[in-house]
Design a protein around this ligand. Structure first.
Ligand SMILES: Nc1nc2c(c(=O)[nH]1)N[C@H]1C(S)=C(S)[C@@H](COP(=O)(O)OP(=O)(O)OC[C@H]3O[C@@H](n4cnc5c(N)ncnc54)[C@H](O)[C@@H]3O)O[C@H]1N2
Ligand code: MOO
Length: 426
């Protein structure tokens, strides 16, 4: 039997990040950047106001107060987007809006609240709309130092500096920055395309009435959603019956759109274990028994001319889900260019919250399903409560769980209060 670590190491040795692709920004959302992006031009590109107010010369407002305001002649408005700017001379001010370029001659901006807004009354609380007739004078109630309320050119990012390093995951702020520096596209490691294919002659599609002996195909939905959640572009193929030729033909078809293939079922030792029958070492797939429960039988290999990674997961729903989490998810993330330290689910230590001891088979690492309760602030560790038993068919309990409780190979019984490692499914 192979250990979980040995199998995972073999999987991660076999997969590679996909070739970089230049994508429109929103298509690159969530992807890993495959280039260093430098700032092409200063950000912001020009000195601009951070307040709605008046662009002034500092000498003109020196010593200004509400009692002894500085009275300035208003020479015009500067709105955001203005290309032609008035020059502010001595004794003059220009109304200026947030984001508007600072006009030549002005050294500071005084917010409208520090003035009478040009209306001749007390302190204004807002700027009069452009359409409102107002006096050609403004009384400024406070002094301003040079540069006050001005966001200078390049103060966010200087031209030539590194905006984003290769390997950065493009979340919303990073996409915002790319757009801000004028990039319409980014070169990223694309999302892997994963094809999910259930096998089993007992399977009926959800929505279909079950004939005797049939069950609904739940794995392909669960695994397709899991692949999507792991960052893949996931396709669910129609389930195939237990017939090796049909499966081989289906795989052949699917390879055209797959960077990775996931099958479920047919990997055990039964007489109709079709995946095992259809794929052999010659096809590139090796079948193994792992020292874990659930998820003991596993197939993995690189198939076809494109050497596409194929995961042949066991058919029991919990087995296929746990196998996905432990092996497929890290592989998908590695193919998407994520760094080695970020491929896995977070692991925490938690105390077992259970009424009775929990048993585990000797020599197999058990992954029980559980619900995790984080510790109170300052306290540690949190606790984890098993949901359902150890049966690999228990999908109803799996649907309650948010964590996998790891019981090591050499532990056959975990007592309430024992500290165990827990994978947070997030
Ligand atoms: N004699 C032995 N029998 C079994 C062994 C063993 O070592 N010796 N291992 C058991 C373990 S552990 C597992 S896990 C399963 C793996 O079996 P397969 O991968 O061959 O899967 P199937 O036989 O096709 O199905 C198993 C189980 O899961 C249900 N299933 C399958 N596909 C789906 C699907 N898409 N959606 C929902 N449920 C599905 C299927 O009906 C079976 O009940 O083998 C054990 N047997
Ligand atoms: O290993 Mo199977 O995956 O226990 O149910």
């Amino acid at each position: 039997m192979w250990s979980v670590e040995e199998h995972l190491a073999d999987v991660l040795r076999a997969v590679r990040p996909l070739a970089p692709l230049e994508l429109p920004l929103l298509d690159a959302s969530g992807c890993v950047l495959a280039e260093d992006v430098t700032v092409p031009a200063p950000l912001p590109p020009f000195d601009n106001s951070s307040m709605d107010g008046y662009a002034v010369r500092t000498a003109d407002v020196e010593g200004a107060s509400e009692e002894f305001p500085a009275t300035l002649t208003v020479i015009g408005d500067v709105a955001a987007g203005a290309g032609v700017l008035p020059t502010v001379g001595p004794g003059q001010a220009a109304r200026i809006m947030t984001g508007a370029p600072v006009p030549p001659g002005a050294q500071a901006v005084v917010p409208v609240e520090w003035t009478d807004g040009g209306l001749g009354g007390g302190p204004a609380d807002a700027m009069a709309p452009a359409s409102t007739p107002h006096g050609a004078e403004v009384r400024v109630h406070r002094p301003a130092t040079a540069g006050a309320h001005i966001r200078s050119r390049g103060s966010d990012a200087a031209a030539g500096t590194l905006a984003l390093r290769e390997g950065t995951v493009l979340g919303p702020p990073q996409l915002g920055l790319l757009a801000a520096v004028g990039r319409a596209t980014a070169t990223v490691t694309p999302r892997p395309r994963a094809v999910v294919l259930s096998t089993g002659s007992e399977l009926a599609a959800p929505g279909q009435r079950l004939a005797p002996g049939q069950i609904h195909d739940s794995n392909s939905y669960m695994l397709t959603a899991a692949a999507q959640a792991a960052g893949a572009v996931a396709y669910r193929a129609t389930a195939v019956a237990d017939d090796a030729a049909t499966l081989r033909a289906a795989l052949e078809d699917q390879l055209a759109r797959a960077d990775l293939v996931i099958t479920s079922g047919g990997v055990s030792v039964g007489a109709y274990d079709v995946v095992k029958e259809a794929l052999d070492l010659e096809s590139g797939v090796e079948f193994r028994r792992l020292a874990m429960q659930p998820g003991k039988p596993q197939g993995f290999g690189l198939i076809g001319g494109g050497r596409v990674p194929l995961f042949a997961l066991p058919g029991n729903p919990v087995s296929s889900f746990v196998s996905f989490e432990l092996f497929v998810r890290p592989a998908l993330r590695a193919m998407a260019g994520h760094a080695p330290g970020t491929l896995h689910r977070p692991r925490v230590t938690a105390r077992l919250a259970a009424e009775a001891p929990v048993r585990s088979p000797a020599g197999r690492r058990q992954f029980l399903r559980g619900t995790y309760l984080p510790p109170a602030p300052g306290a540690a560790p949190g606790s984890v409560r098993p949901v359902g038993g150890s049966g690999s068919h228990l999908i109803a309990a799996l649907a309650q769980a948010d964590a996998l409780i790891e019981i090591p190979e050499n532990v056959t019984e975990a007592a309430p209060g024992d500290e165990l490692t827990v994978l947070l499914l997030g």
